[in-house]
Design a protein around this ligand. Structure first.
Ligand code: ZN
Length: 314
């Protein structure tokens, strides 16, 4: 197969979010470049693959090449999926009609099953036929369909996990998400967090970057902006993933010992973090402690490779 960087590309002349043509280089991730809009801060890959190249990648073998990924996708829902579905269930007031949800770009439908278990009439749409077939075999209501084909004002919850960074125009995609959401319903969007400290420090080496197929590189601020531009009100923002500061404290010294290096003297901040790390099992054995550790890691210290925004259509 042809290398992605050798497929036809187009240069983006205008910011998808605000229409500005003022842009500067955000990151050189050879052979790709990321540009930042000077007016609104939105970061995107430019030049990027043409729509035809992207359509070919997603319809044919995006998942099928990764056999492990496909089988992972039809596994039961994760704890995070189940918690998300029950959280949305609690936010929605039960009415006469059954609650409905759609997961856009649902893969094998793990989140579809989570919403179904939480009492929703849950379905998912996905461009990859092989993945849809696997999801249907697992008894999940998943079909090959486009967001633009879904009815308006139809869903109490619309979820979009690691999809928005792949679409060619997040602004028009978000407008369509708004259209299909029922008034009072919720939309949950999760993407890699380009604003995370890991992304900023690791640059082109940051593992969720994927500048060839990730066309947009959101920060919590630009993701919220994208959803408010479409008409949504923001309910909450959370950061997820990554061991963040706890991993960096726990891994640093054994590795240095193994390499026979004398570790540099620890800064006061690092010593304080090491002390927290020493207490982690005690702290995180309590439910409130686990929440506190997450808050310190993701909110206070700015770690977390992913960002999830919950928005509502008023
Ligand atoms: Zn802009």
């Amino acid at each position: 197969m042809q290398a992605l960087e050798d497929c036809p590309q187009i240069t983006i002349e205008q910011c998808d979010q605000c229409g500005s043509d003022h842009m500067t280089l955000a990151l050189d991730a050879k052979p790709w470049t990321l540009m930042r809009c000077e007016d609104c801060g939105f970061v995107f890959t430019s030049p990027r693959l043409t729509d035809e190249s992207l359509a070919r990648i997603y319809s044919s073998n995006y998942y099928e090449n990764a056999v492990d990924y496909a089988s992972q996708q039809v596994e039961p829902p994760s704890d995070d999926h189940l918690q998300l579905a029950s959280r949305i269930r609690r936010l929605l007031r039960p009415g006469a009609e059954p609650l409905t949800s759609v997961d856009v770009g649902c893969g094998g439908g793990r989140l579809v099953e989570a919403f179904s278990r939480a009492g929703f009439q849950a379905c998912g749409i996905e461009p990859s036929e092989g993945t849809v077939a696997a999801a249907c075999r697992a008894g999940r209501d998943v079909r090959v369909q486009d967001l633009s084909e879904l009815p308006s004002d139809a869903f109490d919850c619309v979820t979009l996990m690691h999809v928005l960074e792949h679409v060619t125009s997040p602004a028009s995609f978000a407008a369509d998400l708004y259209r299909v959401t029922r008034p009072g319903g919720y939309c949950v969007v999760e993407v890699p967090n380009f604003g995370s400290r890991a992304a900023q420090e690791q640059g082109a080496e940051w593992y969720p970057l994927h500048p060839s197929t990730h066309l947009s590189h959101f920060t919590p601020q630009t993701l919220r902006q994208c959803l408010t531009n479409a008409g949504f009100g923001i309910v909450s923002t959370s950061r997820l993933g990554g061991g963040g500061v706890f991993d960096s404290v726990s891994e640093a010294s054994p590795r240095q010992k193994k390499a026979g290096q004398v570790p540099p003297p620890m800064s006061l901040k690092r010593r304080a973090l090491a002390a927290v790390w020493g207490l982690r099992s005690t702290v995180t054995s309590l439910p409130a402690g686990r929440r506190f550790a997450r808050w310190v890691n993701w909110e206070l210290l700015g770690h977390g490779e992913f960002v999830r925004v919950t928005a509502q259509k008023n």
